[in-house]
Design a protein around this ligand. Structure first.
Ligand SMILES: N[C@@H](CCC(=O)N[C@@H](CS)C(=O)NCC(=O)O)C(=O)O
Length: 98
């Protein structure tokens, strides 16, 4: 059983962004870079070597790759998915920036 994880709510947007990932995965790095470019606070949950947290990520997202990004507990998929949203100009709104 995974203990309750405290996640950060961005003080400006009131949005809760969570990234499940591993430290050196290239797609995780890209996702971090994109979220940092938006200047929103996000919580990172490292699933490296942690079967329970990886299982939790899979259960919540229905996916088995990292990263997985959640905005206000809603799964938005991996880096490609949030990058596609950004290209369509929809990510800022999801992040509470627009
Ligand atoms: N399209 C996905 C690709 C994610 C992906 O392939 N992640 C790799 C690590 S960089 C992965 O999870 N591989 C399976 C594994 O590590 O078990 C995205 O953009 O997030």
């Amino acid at each position: 059983m995974v203990d309750e994880i405290n996640t950060t709510v961005d003080i400006n947007t009131h949005t809760n962004v969570v990234l499940y990932g591993t430290r050196f995965c290239p797609f995780c790095m890209l996702a971090r870079k994109l979220l940092k470019s938006k200047k929103v606070d996000f919580t990172e949950i490292s699933v490296s070597g942690d079967r329970e947290l990886w299982d939790e990520m899979e259960r919540k997202s229905g996916r088995n790759t990292v990263p997985q990004i959640f905005i206000n507990d809603e799964p938005f998929g991996g880096y490609d998915d949030i990058a596609a949203l950004d290209s369509k100009g929809e990510l800022d709104q999801k992040l509470g920036l627009a």
